[in-house]
Each structure stands twice: as structure tokens, then as C-alpha cells.
Design a protein around this ligand. Sequence first.
Ligand code: F6R
Length: 366
Amino acid sequence: ELGTYRHYMQKEIFEQPQALGNTLEMIAGGNTISPQVFGAHAGEILGATRRVLIIACGTSFHAGLVARYWLESIAGIPCVVEIASEYRYRESVPDADTLVVVISQSGETADTLAALKHAKSLGMGKTLAICNVPESAIVRETALRFITRAGPEIGVASTKAFTTQLAALAMLTLSLAKLNGRLSDEDEARYLTALRHLPVAVGKVLELEPQIEQWAQRFASKQHALFLGRGRHWPIAMEGALKLKEISYIHAESYAAGELKHGPLALVDKDMPVIAVAPADELLEKLKSNLQEVRARGGELYVFADAGSAIEESEGVHILHMPEHYGMLSPVLHVIPLQLLSYHAALVKGTDVDKPRNLAKSVTVE
Ligand code: F6R
């Protein structure tokens, strides 16, 4: 089953073009995203949506955090993202008109399922599941659903499920933006073209593996690592840190880059590699000054920049240029090198990549 791959995680990372292609088949033809990809009566619920509450755990939570940036900037819809195990136990203020979106690869995560039931018990009946398993417990509980077509994910560390969740959330954003009158036909066409091109774009990013492998060799001996990002790439930095700790057991933390000087900068010295997600977006200049702060303290930088970005290699500053800049959907591309980085760091360390210690694929206990 593994074919030429050494681990399921590696196989699943490389299956992402296919997984995305399959997931995007829902919007194969035409120049508009029908709300019906979320269910037969989705138009009614989505058309009335004025707020979104996203609930999930772990990597799926990170997908939700990316979606928040999309939903607010493109669809103009306020969005809150919560960790399921927090939401279900806190006293929150319910709002019957809020669309509750639960994201789960397995559809069986106990906390996510319980949080969904909790929201429903508070009178929030407009619910949507984004899930990779069609007949799962979570999918059976929601009014609307989108089934990602990542195929079975066997490695404990989630990879292709994450990028297909992002594709689904991008479609949800566009659908809501359209219903909201916030999306022109031209913009919709542009986004659709970018979505459909994702499998090819991801394929090109995967070709960077040899260079990432070299980087992994260099910092696999470190005890700690810091991941920085801004805006819609902050959750990508979070996901990079989660992947690294989960399979290589290197302690990793992530911060919104602007928070650096509010505390974590104290950690930076020559033994603290800093990984920066640095796409060529409106925040790049800000990020660059954060990187200088790191360099000034002797921290070694590993920067994932975009094609054409004016960031240069220098002593202690390693740059990897992504093949293309991808605008709004850029988080889908920028997570790929971070998946590869943690995979190769784990290989160097000799950990059990597909079954990291203490973890289970599907967390059906609380
Ligand atoms: C990390 C990972 C976990 C899951 C989390 C939620 O690589 O896989 O953090 O994302 O346990 O699982 P699902 O998405 O099945 O609800």
C-alpha cells in the first residue's frame, strides 16, 4: 500500500494534489459555486447567515483559524473560532442565527461532537460539518455537510485532511460572499481559477522536498524551535509547530510575529531556530522587521518566502522561495513545506512517524 513511500505521512503529503483535485470536483464545471455543495437546502441557511462560529480540535482548529481571515475579509461575516473542549464547557451566549461549523477529519472526535451537541442544545440549529468521513457521528448531527475527499488518512499527523478542509472552507467563504453580495462575478471567476489550479500549484511546492530535507538535517538536533507568521499565515505557523512537536518531539512554539517583542524574543539565541512563514503579502515588510529582531539576537532563520520576494540569504538567514505567490489561498501552499520539514526532522530523529508516542488517530475519549 505504501508503494515507493516510506511512511503513510509521506504518502499522504504527496497525495495532496489528488486529494485537492477530488475535493474540488464539486465545483468542476461552471463559473459559480452553488450553495448546494453544502446540501440540498443550503441556500436558505447560508443566505441567512450573518455570523459564523467554527468549532474544532488540533489541526482542524487551525483550518478554522485560517477560514476566519477569509470569512471576515471576503464575505464580510464575523467569525469566531473555538477549541471544542473549551467551547463545550464554558458559559457562552448562544445566537440562534449563527451558523455553527464543525471541522473534523474523522468525524468521531469526542470533544467536537459534544461541542456540536452543546451548541444545538443552546438552540443553534444551523449547523454544517466539514468532514472527511461520510457516515461519521458528527456528519449525522448537522443540517448541512461538506465531505472532503482526501481519502483515508492513516498517519496520525493530519496533512491531506487539513488542505482539503481549507479548500472546503474557501468554497464556503465564496458561497457566503456571493450570497452576501460581496463578490463580483470577476472576483468569483478569479478565485475559482485559483482554486482549480491548486493541485498543480501544490505539486510544484512538493518538488521543494530535497531542499527542505537539507534544512531538516540542520535543525533536527535542536531542542526548541519558534514558528512565526502573520495574518492568515499565523495559523499556518501554528500548524507547523504542532506538526513538528507531534512527530519529531522537538519543542516548538508559534507566535503571531508582532507578538515577538512582547515576550518570546527573550527565548531567541543561537540555539533557537526560527521558522518564518513569509509570503509576499501586505504584511511582508512588517514581518521582515520581526526577522531582523531575531537575527540581531543570533537566532538562525529559516524563511519560507514567495517567488519574487526581495528577501536575501545571508549569514544565518536561509531562504526558500515558493514557486508562486498565491494570494488569499496562499495558506494552502505554505503549510506544505512545514509538513515536509517536520516529516524529515522526524526521519533524522528516528521517531515513529506514523504512530507518534502517546497519540491516537481518532480521539474518541475526552
Ligand atoms: C494533528 C492531528 C490532530 C487532529 C485532532 C482533531 O496532526 O491530527 O490535532 O487534527 O485530533 O481530529 P479530527 O479532525 O479528526 O476531529
